[in-house]
Design a protein around this ligand. Structure first.
Ligand code: PYC
Length: 322
């Protein structure tokens, strides 16, 4: 099996697993690589160039799953922060991760490392204030989020013309209203194929985020199934796994578009239903450019384990993903 660049995964890694509205987060507690000093963006690059095999081994099969997001805790780059976090998945690295932030805070509380109340965490794309609420739910105030382009028309082979927006919510999103099939988990295969075709059309037409950043998430919106919610979404992540949760960065990007269109007033409640029916409750504070999203959701710890990487195991570096 050809190996990805970087040092061998360590022999044993201690992790805590959780899910946030169905979307898994694996927090590395012990045995992860040392990323040294510098900004979290610089440390994410060090993880990418020097330890990419660790990332893949940790979240892909047989120890992980395609939909899993890993969170490597690092010493913060600001002494007032509780921790630094680098998020990664089956194919690479994320800027921010909303469901993962809820998972990390829940995990730190589970370990007795965080008490109810406020704590700020650092990510490669900025600081994120969090609050562990008395009922165990977690709120976070995401990085500033904004709509970058609107009314982008794409001709999607096999589907025809579509029009959508490009927005930043800690990752880059292309957002579309509507879908060829209902937003139900039983249609996940068709929805995935459609989002992949949209993403290919974005690449073909050179549509990017700011500074030519690739748009690696596609978000579809439709009516909610439950009347107390405002909308339902389906989000395809970079490695072609779909987000089981309502996607924290996707909900941020969506609220940025709604505020820009005056369809959501600053401070008003937005209940975002995910593809499994789980909900993130959000609101937006207006900023000179874009919004500061506040999102609340819940995570549950599902396991505490030590992953073992036997040097004789031909699959110790994982399979699937890249
Ligand atoms: O919740 O922001 C999120 C997220 C991004 C990718 C998977 N989940």
């Amino acid at each position: 099996m050809p190996s990805a660049p970087g040092s061998e995964p360590p022999r044993r890694v201690r992790v805590v697993d959780s899910h946030t509205e169905g979307e898994p987060t694996r927090v590395v507690i012990d045995g992860g690589p040392e990323l040294g000093p510098g900004s979290l963006a610089a440390r994410r690059e060090r993880l990418r160039t020097d330890h990419d095999r660790f990332r893949r081994a940790l979240v892909t099969e047989p120890r992980g799953t395609d939909g899993m997001v890993g969170a490597l805790l690092c010493p913060p780059d600001d002494p007032t922060h509780a921790t630094g976090i680098v998020f990664f998945n089956n194919v690479g690295y994320l800027g921010m991760c909303g469901h993962g932030t809820i998972g990390v805070v829940t995990t730190l509380a589970h370990l007795g490392r965080l008490a109810p109340g406020r704590a700020t965490v650092g990510t490669p794309v900025g600081a994120v204030a969090t609050e562990l609420n008395a009922d165990g739910s977690v709120s976070f105030w995401n990085v500033p989020s904004y709509r970058h382009r609107t009314g982008i028309r794409l001709d999607v082979p096999g589907y025809g013309p579509v029009t959508g927006d490009v927005a930043w919510g800690g990752n880059w999103f292309f957002l579309l209203e509507g879908a060829p099939v209902p937003l139900r988990v039983s249609s996940a295969r068709e929805l995935t194929d459609y989002c992949r075709a949209v993403r290919s059309a974005l690449v073909r037409d050179g549509v990017t985020g700011a500074d030519r950043a690739p748009i690696d998430h596609v978000e579809l919106s439709g009516p909610p199934e439950r009347s107390e919610n405002d909308a339902r979404n389906f989000v395809l992540c970079p490695g072609d796994a779909y987000d089981r949760s309502p996607c924290g960065t996707g909900t941020s990007a969506k609220m940025a578009c709604l505020v820009a269109d005056r369809r959501l007033a600053p401070g008003a409640r937005w209940r975002q239903e995910g593809i499994l029916g789980g909900v993130f409750e959000g609101s937006a504070e207006a900023l000179p450019v874009g919004i500061r999203p506040r999102i609340t959701g819940s995570a549950f710890v599902t396991g505490e384990s030590t992953l073992v990487f036997d040097p004789r195991d031909p699959l110790r570096e994982g399979v699937g993903g890249t």
